[in-house]
Design a protein around this ligand. Structure first.
Ligand code: FAD
Ligand code: DLZ
Ligand code: SF4
Length: 521
């Protein structure tokens, strides 16, 4: 063969992939491989593994249907491959290509390994940029150059200006404001039903994958039963369509709300997703295109079908946050994986892997994660993230948990959200202050506290909500690092007004509580 090999990774499942450009079906081959190293480098949730493998198999079928030859190694191949490099080496030995063409991977770990492939394989390797984003790595680096602080809000405004999304004909932001965040904090009353959940019934290919995952990975945290994700571009599009019709109009208002159990007429698990889209997993592996998603949401607004706070709020997540965290990741790797601003060294409590805790908010979110491999943003940030921050859990361990348990977790998006947003472990590169909160916030935004053995109104003592004293303990412990932060001036003033007895009780309760974490399995 005197053609090229085109490697397609498990999170690169789009026909628009740069590595597929210029492919000659008569001379070139696509290589895809399900490999042990990628399925085990963290203990991925079984639903996440099933999602990736089934989507890969469907994508390979699509390519074949278009006359493209695919060299595919399955995990249950009689002669399986351990790593992606092994898979490429096998394809090279059999097909004798004169070149390997790859789109840069989403994770630094693999990008770093690929730098050695040309020498190791003795084959020219062309690494092409991944242009499935609205902002390239080079454009983000240019934006960041010389700036003292890299706030998402300013990046987002630049992206709006650059793309023209949600601008008036005169180039001003629609509605005369860049964001409507203040209108995104509605608490959700029980009588507002959650929209029906979009579900896909597994086809034959997915059923084969489910059997394989069942046989090999059910020792990982997470339930495989009830797998209902889409695994093709058409199904991902249908999921997004469903969201636009049923949930987008309320996305803005209830973006920060959390709810246990279903609402009247809702499906039993309607509370898991509420008015969120559940599309990050599709966006992150190429089944949905972020530009098309933003364009569609803008069109819904312009057609008068959704209010501006919903359309803007949603577009901000994709055009703003998603692009921004990717830019930060590549700007700061590999060091970003090591940051630990608070020198937090506590092991992650065992109940993150079992949901066996009496704190109802944590139990609900971890149990939901176990069932579905999904939790929405506020659950990730203000329940599991907030708790890990307050107890001083080791950032690398927390990051590994998030990378393992969510179906949408790929490191470029997971890591900045964990170490930058949830844990403030980067010392403020991403956030202006830690997202630390006491039980009052959780009570305001959810109904979790109604069914908890702890009392959210109690500040101290064995019945008191642990978030209450842990919050003050956290601020007290890190005063040296946080005390001069102007955004924390008010909480520190409040803390200083507490009586000596109250401050001593906070420290005592926190010490006692943290001790119990050490003895839990
Ligand atoms: P929606 O709420 O419907 O939002 C729409 C889309 O906006 C999402 O699909 C996503 O693509 C994008 N988005 C929203 N918030 C963010 C954000 N902060 N960063 C990047 N994109 C965003 N997102 C991932 O895709 N993968 C992860 O591994 C991941 N880990 C996270 C870990 C923590 C600690 C936190 C706080 C957030 C994390 N996020 C992650 C961001 C966000 O929580 C998820 O994108 C979102 O919950 C996915 O659900 P959804 O599709 O229903 O999102
Ligand atoms: C997440 C994942 C899993 C579970 N399995 C595979 C696989 O078998 N083969 C593959 O090519 N990709 C897989 N992936 C996605 C990769 O981990 C992802 O492509 C890299 O981390 C780069 O982002
Ligand atoms: Fe969580 Fe505290 Fe509310 Fe219990 S009382 S659900 S621990 S916030």
């Amino acid at each position: 063969m005197s053609g090229s090999l085109r490697l397609v990774l498990g999170d690169q499942l789009t026909p628009n992939l740069s590595a597929l450009r210029g492919l000659d079906p008569a001379r070139d081959w696509v290589v895809m491989a399900e490999v042990a190293a990628e399925t085990r480098y963290v203990p991925h949730h079984p639903k996440k593994i099933a999602f990736f493998l089934s989507a890969m198999r469907h994508f390979a079928e699509d390519l074949r249907a278009r006359g493209i030859r695919v060299f595919y190694i399955a995990l249950d191949d009689p002669n399986p491959c351990d790593t992606l490099a092994d898979a490429v080496a096998r394809a090279q030995a059999q097909l004798k290509p004169d070149q390997l063409i790859v789109t840069e991977p989403g994770e630094w770990r693999l990008w770093d390994a690929m730098q050695r492939w040309q020498d190791d394989l003795g084959l020219p390797v062309e690494l092409r940029p991944d242009d499935q984003f609205l902002c390239s790595r080079a454009e983000f680096a240019a934006w960041a150059e010389g700036r003292k602080s890299l706030r998402m809000e300013f990046f987002y405004r630049d992206m709006r200006r650059r793309t023209g999304i949600l601008l008036t004909a005169g180039g001003k932001p629609e509605g005369e404001a860049w964001n409507f965040d203040a209108e995104n904090r509605g608490s959700l009353s029980q009588d507002i039903p959650a929209p029906p959940l979009f579900r896909v019934v597994p086809d034959g290919i997915t059923q084969d994958v489910l059997a394989l995952v069942e046989a090999r990975f059910t020792n990982h945290f997470g339930d495989l039963a009830g797998f209902d994700y889409g695994v093709t571009a058409e199904e991902a599009e249908a999921a997004f369509e469903h969201f636009c019709r049923h949930a987008l109009p309320n996305f803005g208002a209830y973006q920060d709300a959390m709810r246990q159990d279903s609402s009247p007429n809702g499906t039993p698990d309607g509370g898991d997703v509420l008015f969120h889209a559940r599309i990050a997993l599709y966006l992150n592996i190429g089944l949905l295109d972020p530009k098309a998603v933003c364009a569609r949401v803008e069109a819904e607004y312009r057609a008068g079908r959704v209010p501006l706070n919903a359309a803007e709020g949603f577009i901000r997540q994709i055009l703003g946050w998603r692009e921004y965290v990717r830019g930060l990741y590549w700007l700061h790797m590999p060091g970003y994986a090591e940051v630990n601003f608070f020198n937090a060294e506590r092991p992650l409590p065992g109940f993150y892997w079992s949901a066996a805790t009496e704190m109802n908010c944590l139990r609900q979110v971890i149990d939901q994660t176990k069932r579905t491999a999904y939790a929405h943003h506020i659950q990730r940030l203000m329940i599991t993230g907030n708790f890990a921050l307050l107890i001083g859990a080791r950032p690398a361990e927390v990051a590994e948990w998030y990378l393992a348990v969510y179906a949408d977790a790929v490191e470029w998006v997971e890591l900045p959200n964990v170490v930058g947003m949830a844990l403030f472990a980067d010392g403020g590169v991403m956030a202006t202050k830690p997202y630390a909160a006491s039980g009052a916030y959780i009570d305001k935004m959810s109904n979790y506290c109604d069914r908890c053995r702890f009392d959210v109104a109690k500040k101290n003592g064995p019945k008191a909500c642990p978030f209450n004293y842990l919050y003050w303990n956290f601020l007290s412990e890190h005063r040296e690092k946080l005390g001069r932060n102007p955004r924390l001036a008010m909480p520190y003033r409040t803390f200083d007004k507490l009586t000596e007895e109250r401050r001593a009780a906070i420290l005592d309760d926190s010490r006692r509580f943290l001790k119990t974490l050490e003895t839990q399995p």
